[in-house]
Structures are given as C-alpha cells and as structure tokens.
Design a protein around this ligand. Structure first.
Ligand code: SF4
Length: 313
C-alpha cells in the first residue's frame, strides 16, 4: 500500500474507532501532520486526561503512553512501536530510587515525567520542563527535595528556585550531545538570532552560569518546548537557533514560514522518537497494536503525582 493510501486509511480508521492521535514535538513531520494534537509531554498528558475518544494512539515514547494509560485507565492506549523507549527514563531504576529515598527520609521526590510507571509510584510530584520550577515552588520551603532523573533540568530548577535540592545524575543522550557543542561558535555564525535552549540541554546550565557572572550570553532564552513555540510565535526576530531535538523545527517552520531556523546541532536527533512511521501508525490503528496497560495497583500509586503535575501549570 502506498503512503498516501495509508494516510487515507488512518483517517478512516480514526473515525471508525473513535480514536485520537497524539504526537510529540520530536516526531517526524509526517506524523506531526496527521496527528490531532502535537505538543510536549505536559500538553499531551492534558489532552489524554480530557479526551472523549475510546482509543488514544500515542506517537511518542513508551513512558508517555504509560502516563496516558495511568490517567485514562478506561481508554485503550496504543503505541505504534513498543521499542520506542527513552534513555532518560532508563537512567534511574526502581531499586535506585528505593535506596535514595531511604538515605534521605522525609525528602519530597520530584520526578520529571520522563520516568517509568514504577518510578512514578515512588514519587510525590511529577513535573515537565514547562512546570518544573512551579512544582518545586509549590513544595513547603523547609522540605528537602530529591529531583530526578535529569541533572541538567535539576540544576536549572535549583538555580531558579534557590531550594535545597539533591539531583539524580541522569541524562538524555540527545540533550547531553548538545552540551558538547561550541556554543560561542554558533553565536558568531548567527549573531542576530534568538537562541532558544531547552533546560535539559547540557549547554543551558553553562549559559545560566555565564549570565550570573555578567558575561555576554547573547540573546539566549531557556525554555520548555512549549515556551519555545510561544517565543517563536511572538518574537520579532527572523532567525532562531534551536537547542533541543530537531523535530520541533517542523512545527516552528509551519508557524513562522517567514523565519529561518537552525538547529544548534544536526545530530540532536532522538532515534526513539523517529521510530514511529506512517506504516506503523496505520498498523497500530488497524490491528490495535501495541496496547500499553499499566497494572491497576501500580497505576493507582502512580496517578497522584501525575495529577499534581496536571494541576500545577
Ligand atoms: S529526546 Fe531524550 S528525553 Fe526525549 S524521548 Fe528521546 S531520549 Fe527521552
């Protein structure tokens, strides 16, 4: 079957099964174009929590489909490729967190949403890069905080809030790669551009450090993916250098066809996100594959920190 025919079939099957297609900003352009909603983890979780659809097809990575299943246990949640994982979610295991909590009794656990259901079940608050600072600010000041798994986002939140935060030394391989980029060189090549940096990127913490030392950091803005989109929409600049996964440039170009966008590195690619193709999406809808279902007891324990995350936006 041709890709065109598959796209037609996806649209038909979506109606037939009362399904909704959610796609993360880092998915390939074809998937973003056919999705009902495109966004970051928080935005997609909010849609998953409210949708009337019977089936949610999650074009993203496994923990996202798991999160949707936890929030909407009565819906069928599908992921077109079960192998679509996340190096950041894999950077902390259940036993690691059990041990860390035991070493820090009374501490409040804040987990970035990029974690497995098992980790969420040991968590007090989930957050995304859009609301991590707000989530930490909502915790009573006298409380010690354990932040996991991303060390760059954790350092950013610690610097922004000035709170007593212990940070798990995990990371995402895509954003870690960005940390190796010669940031000053990119600034010389695009002196008039707005620089938009995701707080998970290794370069964001060094930039923050530079700013606090009153050095020239150029027109640098540290944003969640949602914040980046808003900045692009509202900015008068015509050039943007983007430091996060390259998939987001597709949406940005659609939003601002008059502007030029440069990834800070062409290598900033999440192989997991790119695993979802039109053919896999078609097979997913046609054959109900692959269903992601979190066991009831685990889902109940993991739901509260997600609900708290959804309430603090
Ligand atoms: S970009 Fe990094 S954090 Fe995001 S899904 Fe890929 S591996 Fe996980």
């Amino acid at each position: 079957m041709t890709e065109e025919k598959m796209i037609e079939e996806i649209k038909r099957l979506k109606q037939e099964k009362n399904a909704v297609i959610l796609a993360h900003n880092y998915e390939i352009g074809d998937i973003q174009d056919i999705a009902d909603f495109v966004g970051d983890s928080l935005g997609l979780s909010q849609v998953a929590a409210k949708t009337d659809a019977d089936t949610i097809v999650f074009c993203g990575v496994h923990f996202m489909a798991e999160t949707a299943s936890i929030i909407s246990p009565d819906k069928k949640v599908l992921i077109p490729d079960l192998e679509a994982g996340c190096s950041l979610a894999d950077s902390i295991k259940y036993d690691d967190l059990v041990k860390w909590k035991a070493e820090n009794p009374g501490a409040v656990v804040v987990s970035y949403v990029n974690t497995t259901a098992e980790i969420k079940s040991l968590t007090d608050y989930c957050c995304t890069s859009s609301n991590a600072v707000k989530v930490v600010e909502a915790i009573p000041e006298e409380k010690e905080i354990l932040f996991l798994p991303d060390r760059f986002l954790g350092s950013y939140v610690k610097a922004m809030t000035g709170r007593d935060i212990k940070i798990w030394q995990g990371g995402c391989h895509v954003h870690e790669k960005i940390g190796d980029i010669n940031f000053d060189k990119a600034h010389d090549e695009h002196p008039n551009a707005d620089f938009l940096i995701h707080p998970e990127c290794g370069c964001s913490t060094s930039c923050m450090l530079k700013s606090t030392m009153y050095e020239d950091c150029g027109n640098i803005n540290i944003y969640s993916t949602k914040g980046m989109m808003k900045h692009v929409e509202e900015s008068e600049a015509n050039e943007f250098v983007i430091a996060t996964e390259v998939g987001i440039l597709h949406r940005m170009k659609k939003m601002r066809p008059d502007a030029s966008f440069y990834p800070i590195s062409e290598d900033s690619v999440c192989e997991y996100m790119k695993m979802i193709t039109i053919e896999k999406l078609y097979n997913s809808l046609k054959y109900d594959r692959f269903e992601v279902k979190v066991p009831k007891e685990l889902a109940e324990r993991a739901r509260l920190p997600i609900q708290r995350m959804l309430e603090i936006v």
